[in-house]
Design a protein around this ligand. Structure first.
Ligand code: RFL
Length: 382
């Protein structure tokens, strides 16, 4: 086995990078801890920004997405202020989302990478990365060496440890109970509901699957509530008595997602370059993670191709400086969304103060066209 670029991790970042490198004739090998079946079934993201759709389309990776993805362009905010909708395809840069489940995208990308002559070692764990030597130490003690290594192994991977960087992180102190229900959409918009019990979200995936979120205490046990208890809480927070019922169905996924963010700086060291959740973890409040992963993968692929095929070292040297400002823009918006969607309960001055700010923020978004344009640009943009 030999390759110019060794890629650790077959998520969206590693697979887009691998496909783009193969299109440039660069030999690359992906090492993935999980089995092929596992990565092709792992439900996570769904909302792809216009920039992600562009990257996939320009690189011949969007056939499945164009055939089966659904465009989405409206979000709604519901609370004791009432309800308002923002049709963001008519705001800001006029962009929309394409909803395409991450596991379907991963399945398409794996197939295409193999068709392009790439190699993937599935069910193979990387236990250590040597950034200076451009090599991966595998779980069985063997070693793979290339010219460059791409760390695309997500938030719990090993590549982050091989970069001597500062890590800026923040625990937002908020947890979401993330659910996937076998139920069609109850409203056509992405719905953000604010309630004294906490935030609730509704994001349709397709005609039969809907993602729901419920803000819960940090130590919440996802098995502690029977289905009916969950539906009751969703109905209450989404004020269905006022706005109409929810379509219900079996929950096929229940997991807890803690709102944490981290950014490494720099995201490169010697021959190792990080992309995706390995470089920065973003809270899912604004659905940016997979989109940032694709943005970094595209930038890195071009930089590596420039170096390997043309001997141009400039883009690779400035990879970190190129990508980090875009990561921070997304982090800033995500952080703003967290403050928009969550507020403390209770009646002490501090809680009432923060709830009043939340309300003012919502009213500004409801009433100001300039604010709506700014929101739309950041909500769909990367
Ligand atoms: P991934 O997808 O985690 O892939 C990393 C891969 O590396 C493998 N790996 C290793 N392989 C070998 N050796 C090791 N030592 C390894 N350690 C790890 C893993 O098995 C895995 O296959 O990272 P990548 O490519 O950076 O992609 C990031 C995205 O997956 C992530 O940001 C998004 O899923 C976040 N996210 C969302 N992003 C969006 O853009 N839009 C959304 O609507 C959205 N919804 C979500 C989300 C994330 C969620 N969860 C589960 C946190 C909804 C949820 C509930």
């Amino acid at each position: 086995l030999s390759a110019d670029v060794l890629i650790c991790g077959a998520g969206p970042a590693g697979l887009v990078l691998g496909n783009m490198l193969r299109a440039e004739g660069i030999r690359c090998l992906i090492v993935e801890r999980q089995s092929r079946a596992h990565v092709e079934q792992r439900a996570r993201a769904g909302f792809l920004a216009a920039n992600s759709v562009r990257i996939l389309t320009e690189n011949g990776l969007a056939d499945g997405l164009h055939a089966n993805g659904l465009t989405h362009d409206t979000c709604a905010f519901r609370g004791d202020h009432g309800e308002f909708e923002l049709k963001y395809s008519g705001l800001g840069r006029g962009e929309m989302h394409t909803v395409y489940p991450q596991q379907d995208l991963v399945r398409d990308l794996v197939k295409e990478f193999l068709d392009r002559g790439g190699e993937i070692l599935f069910s193979t764990e990387v236990s250590e990365i040597d950034a200076e030597g451009a090599s991966l130490l595998l779980g069985d003690g063997s070693r793979l060496t290339g010219q460059f290594v791409a760390g695309c192994d997500g938030q719990h991977g090993v590549s982050r440890r091989a970069v001597p960087a500062r890590v800026y992180q923040r625990d937002h102190g908020i947890s979401w109970f993330a659910l996937l229900a076998e139920a069609g959409p109850s409203v056509s918009a992405v719905l953000y509901a604010m309630h004294p019990n906490g935030f609730a979200g509704h994001m349709a995936r397709n005609a039969t699957i809907t993602r729901y979120y419920l803000q819960v205490p940090k130590d919440f046990d996802p098995r502690s509530w029977p289905d009916e208890r969950i539906w009751d809480e969703l109905r209450l927070r989404m004020r269905t008595d006022q706005y109409g019922p929810l379509r219900t169905g079996r929950f096929v996924e229940r997991r807890i997602v803690h709102m944490t963010s981290h950014v490494m700086d720099p995201i490169q060291h010697a021959s190792l370059f990080l992309a995706g959740d390995a470089a920065s973890l973003i809270s899912p409040s604004a659905a940016k993670g997979a989109n940032l992963a694709l943005m970094a993968a595209e930038t890195l692929a071009k930089a590596l191709a420039g170096q390997i095929n043309l001997g141009d070292s400039v883009p690779l040297k400035s990879y970190s400086a190129e990508v980090l400002p875009r990561i921070w823009r997304a982090q800033e918006f995500s952080h703003w969304m967290i403050n928009l969607l969550h507020s403390p309960s209770g009646n002490d001055d501090d809680a009432v103060f923060l709830r009043s700010l939340q309300r003012a923020r919502l009213e500004s978004l409801r009433d100001s066209r300039a604010h709506q344009d700014h929101f739309a640009e950041n909500y769909v943009g990367i």
